[in-house]
Design a protein around this ligand. Structure first.
Ligand code: FAD
Length: 353
């Protein structure tokens, strides 16, 4: 494995020397995500394998090219899970890609996001140096938390070589309640009310009048919640949430561009004249809309006024900017970080900014 790291280092130094950028790529399952792809592919897949897994310590450390499915299988054997439920978007998804993409699944609103679970990492920077940040313990709070910064950096700051991630035990019981004929406004009101109560809610989804609520926890807690909330219990619910996470739910079918709206969960219905699917207790709203620049701008302005931001998640005219433009001061911080880690601009140019 040391040889592979040395090879990666050589590629980086060659890239800097020849002024040829590199495009970090795992399984390429998220190639459609972000601004644009540029540079010679640096494939991470050979650098794979679980380095260390201590179920009693609730930490797993693995190399970036390790398939996400392998990580999840190892954890499942010990009754544990990645609580941020990363979407795979294809069978070849890797751990490095999942952390770099920074996407979280249905449990995010209740358990936390990808970055909340990253404890440490080894990074290959834009000079070809191997840097270690953070550690393998949950109490590690020393210093500037660079490893968390890398979650969602889309490979623009460096190549994640290995990552230590905090894992959690699976709940002994999981059940999903379905409420039919619930209007959007009512669904949002209910979700916000439930969020303020001691209920073992672990995910929610509203679309087209149907509200689904997942409960995870001790048997007694889930039973009590079912009794107090009512609704119908969905059979075989794990499939439903996996399909939602992987965007195989019927809402995601077809080629109409997909926008991801991130707003405070308490924001009421955002009327955009388009079908929406609402997750994360109201904080994440998916919208299908024509992908032209004018429509995207209009939606972005509405969402900004509601205190959130909109990402052109799939499809559409990327010239409008996939990610919401950053405030000038924040953009300057991003630029300085990029220059600090990758002075020659060798990694994933243009993927994010
Ligand atoms: C033994 C083995 C054999 C395999 N065989 C195959 C095969 O035959 N065919 C196949 O297609 N796949 C194969 N895979 C799986 C494949 O390598 C991974 O699924 C793939 O790397 C997943 O990446 P991704 O789709 O999650 O993210 P990607 O879409 O590749 O990346 C998402 C984003 O993260 C960035 N990124 C990715 N990795 C890093 C990183 N380490 N550091 C910083 N940024 C990063 C990317 O640049 C991009 O911006 C194999 C894996 C192993 C371990």
């Amino acid at each position: 494995m040391q040889n592979i790291v040395e090879l990666f280092q050589e590629r980086v130094r060659e890239g800097v020397h020849n002024k040829r950028p590199l495009r970090i790529r795992g399984g390429g399952t998220k190639d459609w995500y972000g601004q644009r792809l540029d540079g010679d592919v640096l494939d991470t897949r050979e650098y794979a394998g679980i380095v260390d897994y201590e179920p009693t310590e609730l930490v797993i450390t693995a190399r970036c090219g390790t398939p996400l499915a392998d990580i999840e299988a190892a954890l499942a054997e010990r009754g544990q899970m990645l609580a941020f439920e990363p979407p795979h978007f294809g069978s070849r998804a890797t751990l490095g890609g999942a952390i770099a993409a920074g996407l979280s699944g249905p449990r995010r609103a209740n358990s936390g996001a990808v970055r909340d679970f990253v404890l440490g990492c080894t990074l290959l920077d834009g000079k070809g140096d191997v840097l270690r940040f953070g550690g393998q313990v949950m109490k590690n709070v020393a210093g500037y938390d660079v490893s968390r910064l890398l979650a969602g950096s889309l490979g623009t700051l460096g190549l994640l070589l290995d990552v230590s991630v905090k894992v959690l035990p699976r709940a002994p019981r999981e059940a999903t309640l379905v409420f039919d004929g619930v209007a959007e406004v009512e669904a949002l009101r209910n979700l916000n009310e439930w969020a303020g109560q001691p209920l073992p809610v672990s995910a929610s989804c509203w679309h087209d009048g149907v509200l689904a609520l997942r409960l995870s926890g001790a048997n007694a807690a889930v039973d009590a919640a079912i009794r107090s909330l009512g609704g119908d219990v969905m059979p075989d619910c794990s499939r439903f949430w996996a399909d939602l996470r992987e965007q195989r739910h019927g809402f995601f079918e077809g080629d109409m561009p997909l926008l991801r709206l991130s707003v405070p969960s308490t924001v009421g219905a955002i009327v955009l004249g388009r079908a929406q699917l609402i997750e994360w207790g109201g904080a994440q709203r998916w919208l299908r809309a024509p992908g032209d620049a004018a429509t995207a701008e209009r939606i972005r302005a509405t969402v900004r006024a509601a205190g959130g931001h909109a990402t052109l998640f799939r499809g559409g005219d990327k010239s409008v900017g996939v990610f919401q433009p950053l405030a000038p001061a924040v953009a300057r911080i991003h630029e300085r970080l990029k220059t600090g880690f990758d002075p020659a601009g060798i990694f994933n140019p243009g993927r994010m900014y």
